[in-house]
Design a binder for this molecule. Structure first.
Ligand code: ZN
Ligand code: ZN
Length: 268
């Protein structure tokens, strides 16, 4: 695994337990940051899956192994919940001898992802504490575009503020989303790895390859009172990434009907 951010700590034990493989982190040899960073000094030119493939290739070449694993996260506005952010994590296992890739996925609104301009140290500290500082680190950018990353104590934050603030006392602050700086993201990577292990153990009923798993919901779970379709999922669609065979599973969250509070008829 090509990694610089300690992700092998959560990915390794799950792969060892689930697949019986040994995880060899290739930490110093490989600069995965060359493929793009969250803070945008190095722009991500490839899509998430292409970046995963490239990181796996780097790992296969550097490690001289048949298997490589890579992880990639993305953050942005939540597609449904207003004012919320969404974190999606993907973990790819690439098998060079079979020419096969499988991707585990996990998406969650549970993230501290935030960024903005702040004026004054008190406002900066307030931002940081809201973002679960100091267990979650923050980073500052000055007007010239230089970064101070991985800030993890109040004295470091104050020292960075003194150096990075503009003449008018403004600084750009972001949550540091690198895995080793962000336990909440590390949890999401762990769940994506669990999904990967489940997908590697499942076999497609048509082509027999591993990798089958969730791709989307079918909404419209009926209201428990009036039976109208709601915005809750009625089915989960699982798809094989190789032959695209689809399987639809009913009542994916164990509920046969939706609460009338979520019904457009009963609670418009
Ligand atoms: Zn298939
Ligand atoms: Zn209803």
């Amino acid at each position: 695994m090509a990694t610089r951010h300690g992700k092998e700590r959560v990915i390794g034990p799950l792969l060892v337990a689930g697949l019986g493989v040994e995880l060899v982190p290739l930490v110093s040899e490989l600069n995965t940051d060359a493929l793009g960073t969250f803070s945008g000094e190095i722009e991500r030119k490839l899509g998430v899956d292409e970046t995963l493939l490239k990181k796996c290739r780097m790992g296969l070449l550097a490690g001289g192994t048949d298997l490589a694993v890579a992880s990639e996260g993305s953050f942005g506005p939540h597609p449904v919940l207003p004012f919320a952010a969404l974190n999606e994590e993907r973990v790819m296992l690439s098998d060079a001898s079979l020419g096969l890739q499988v991707i585990g996925r996990y998406a969650t609104a549970r993230t501290n992802y935030a960024a903005g301009n702040v004026t004054g140290f008190d406002e900066l500290l307030e931002f940081a504490v809201r973002a679960r500082f100091p267990s979650h680190h923050v980073m500052l950018r000055n007007a010239e575009g230089a970064w101070r990353k991985g800030i993890s104590t109040e004295s470091e934050l104050r020292a960075a503020w003194e150096v990075m603030k503009s003449a008018s006392g403004v600084v750009w602050v972001e949550t540091d989303m690198r895995a080793m700086c962000n336990p909440t993201r590390m949890d999401a990577i762990e769940r994506a790895t669990q999904d990967l292990v489940e997908r590697l153990k499942a076999r497609c009923s048509r082509c027999a390859k591993p990798g089958v798993g969730w791709v989307r919901w079918v909404l419209g779970l009926p209201c428990s009172v009036c039976g109208s379709p709601t915005e809750w999922p009625r089915k989960a669609v699982h798809e094989c990434p190789h032959c695209h065979n689809e399987v639809q599973l009913d009542f994916p969250q164990g509920m046969r009907a939706a609460d009338p509070g979520n019904c457009p008829q009963c609670n418009p």
